[in-house]
Design a protein around this ligand. Structure first.
Ligand SMILES: [Zn+2]
Length: 166
């Protein structure tokens, strides 16, 4: 799936298989929220991000309306991703909204802003994927924090993607 935030000129690509993986994990934790990290890489001009992997947290707190992941062990996992060829980095967060809408809550936005200020992971524009999930269907909401504002990624194409465009 390809998406774009046209007003800020950012593009995002994600493999369908990865989305299926997240939906499956989300369904297993339904009706509680669940989520983790998004790992991927940027194009040379930093205008396109390809999300390639997810990381599930070792520790988390979750309820129907809350998901809070811990940071335990994530540094090491991310270090290993960085050592791969091509090198993969932390690009953002994902979590489910069971029986909700795929729109970030005030808490979600505050959490993203905290990530930018965090000194351990250097990331300026974290992606946030929210998967709304109920018994029949899923809905995806992709967002990015850009200059302290939330921008919604619009779907450009649902075709399968395996490679990032330069
Ligand atoms: Zn949320």
């Amino acid at each position: 799936m390809k998406l774009a935030c046209k007003n800020i000129g950012l593009n995002l690509e994600i493999k369908d298989a990865l989305l299926e993986k997240m939906k499956k994990h989300g369904k297993e934790h339904y009706p509680n929220e669940y989520g983790g990290l998004l790992v991927g890489r940027y194009s040379d001009n930093f205008k396109s991000v390809l999300i390639e992997e997810i990381v599930l947290p070792k520790e988390y707190k979750s309820s129907r309306f809350k998901f809070e992941r811990g940071a335990k062990g994530l540094k090491k996992v991310l270090h290993n991703f960085f050592g791969r060829s091509p090198s993969l980095s932390y690009v953002g967060e994902w979590h489910t909204h069971p029986d909700g809408i795929p729109v970030p809550s005030i808490t979600d936005v505050a959490a993203l802003k905290m990530i930018v200020q965090h000194d351990e992971v250097y990331i300026e524009n974290p992606v946030l994927l929210i998967i709304s999930i109920n018994r029949e269907a899923y809905e995806l909401g992709f967002y990015v924090l850009f200059r302290n504002e939330i921008c919604h990624y619009e779907i450009v194409s649902k075709e399968l993607v395996n490679k990032i465009e330069k």
